[in-house]
Design a binder for this molecule. Structure first.
Ligand code: UDP
Length: 465
């Protein structure tokens, strides 16, 4: 069996299974699209018909980045719908995109369901992003089963599901403001949360109260949806499962060499570059799809990597710098030409699985966290916003597989801090041993008879009933 591939279980493909048709509806951001496509592969790998509904704009970018994406050998069909914005509108204004999508998507989903049903491939189950809570009503009126896929961490799920209890216990008020100074323990196997971990405080251009109401809505929808799939494995946080009876951890989700539905083209030259590096020597540096840096902060990062003196592979998106184009420090590219490789977007799953990787300097997005856990790589944490701060606590204090960078008094992570922590991380055998232990656990969960395989079996059986 291909390494990391979810094994087939006793649930073999049959005519009855072919009669199931699942419609997956991710929110059109990279951190949502990627786990949904991996979930789509997992399900279609069981002989089940899978269709992914995605906005035209995101689909066009995905196809430009990976023209192979909709090849029928991957067994995932795509249906595209407009996002309600004009061609010239900037999709990186997240508030505007979210508003437009919430207006137009419910109508599109209804139409898609009607059309697909008329064609004879009747949809039996919709798996929706929790950001699309309105899908519940549509599924109910159209008599389709509705599952949700949670794209973030177990602790964040616990936080959202516990909102009513946090209010009841006087920890937050009905507007989401913290009423206590201390920490909150939501599950014995999760690090405690502080009020800075409360997601609704990262509100962008919305008020924290509006964001709190939004998360309250998500909580209610997730409670009502019959099934909740998620990207982790049971043994990672076994007690979190007690929070919801209908939770199905099916991770770690993997593309296993199939197109990962990237919005940027992968630069595979980094793989041949990695082939030339010694085992466990390379620092992999990537901050997901949304994080941005000031020019000053980027200079410190660049100089910090140089200072460490180890080989590095740095994913530096063209939009990584606030305000657009970025410059390297004077003479930098020439100086690091033999030390580092800089790309716009990497095949992250393959990179992290490469034997030359020593550690992962990450923004702690949940997908990246699962990528790193699956591959047994120690983390150096540099969270940017939202759930990433709490994910850092899980990585460093819960799973004990990483260290965290600390900003100086001006809020800057200096080159010296980067060097100090990277040196400590690569020399920390305890962290490395923990990372390898978790890797093994992750692998067991997706191998024959593993918990994630059984959960997927169980979910599919329930979809058939
Ligand atoms: N990713 C990738 N190549 C890169 C950087 C990121 O394939 O160079 C993928 C990564 O595997 C993950 C996703 O992009 O699946 C980023 O999601 P995450 O939750 O880590 O962060 P976000 O982008 O949502 O902040």
């Amino acid at each position: 069996m291909e390494e990391g591939q979810l094994s087939r279980s006793n649930l073999e493909s049959s005519d009855q299974e072919n009669a199931i048709h699942m419609l997956l509806v991710p929110y059109p951001l990279q951190g949502h699209i990627t786990p949904f496509i991996k979930l789509a592969y997992l399900i279609s790998g069981r002989g089940i018909m899978v269709t992914l509904v995605i906005t035209e704009f995101a689909h066009a970018r995905m196809m430009a980045a990976e023209p192979e994406l909709d090849n029928e050998r991957y067994k995932v069909r795509y249906i595209t719908v407009p996002d309600g914005l004009s061609e010239d509108d900037a999709r990186n204004d997240e508030g505007k995109l979210a508003q437009s999508i919430s207006k137009v998507m419910p109508g599109h989903l209804r139409e898609v369901l009607e059309k697909v049903n008329m064609e004879g491939n009747r949809v039996t189950c919709v798996i929706a992003d929790p950001m699309f809570g309105w899908a519940l009503e549509i599924a109910e009126t159209m008599k389709v089963k509705l599952a949700m896929f949670w794209p973030s961490a177990p602790g964040i799920l616990a936080l959202i599901l516990n909102i009513p209890k946090l209010i009841e216990d006087g920890i937050i008020d009905t507007k989401g403001s913290s009423k206590i100074d201390g920490k909150v323990q939501l599950s014995p196997d999760l690090p405690p949360l502080t009020s800075t971990d409360f997601l609704w405080n990262f509100s962008g251009n919305q008020s924290a109260e509006a964001m709190f109401q939004y998360f309250l809505g998500i909580q209610q929808n997730m409670k009502r949806s019959g099934w909740l799939l998620c990207n982790w494995f049971h043994d990672l946080n076994p007690l979190v499962g007690n929070l919801v009876p209908h939770m199905f951890p099916v991770g770690p989700l993997l593309a296993n060499g199939k197109p990962a539905a990237n919005l940027w083209p992968e630069d595979s030259t980094c793989l041949s570059w990695l082939n030339k590096q010694p085992d466990r020597s390379v620092i992999y540096v990537a901050f997901g799809s949304i994080s941005v840096f000031s020019q000053h902060q980027m200079d410190e990062l660049a100089l910090g990597l140089e200072l460490v003196g180890r080989p590095f592979l740095w994913v530096k998106r063209s939009d990584l710098i606030i305000g657009g184009s970025s410059k390297y420090p004077n003479g930098y590219e020439e100086r690091v030409a033999n030390q580092g490789k800089i790309v716009q977007w990497a095949p992250q799953e393959k990179v992290l699985a490469h034997p030359s990787i020593a550690c992962f300097l990450t923004h702690c997005g949940w997908n990246s966290t699962m990528d790193g856990l699956r591959m047994g790589v120690p983390f150096l944490c540099w969270p940017y916003f939202a759930d990433q701060f709490y994910n850092r606590s899980c990585i460093c204090n819960g799973y004990k597989v990483g260290l965290s960078l600390s900003p100086d008094e001006y809020g800057i992570i200096t080159r010296h801090e980067i060097r100090r922590k990277l040196d400590s991380l690569v020399a920390d055998y305890g962290i490395r041993a923990n990372a390898l232990k978790l890797k093994e656990m992750a692998e067991q969960s997706i191998n024959e008879g593993g918990s994630s395989v059984r959960n997927l079996d169980n979910f599919i059986l329930q979809m058939k009933q």
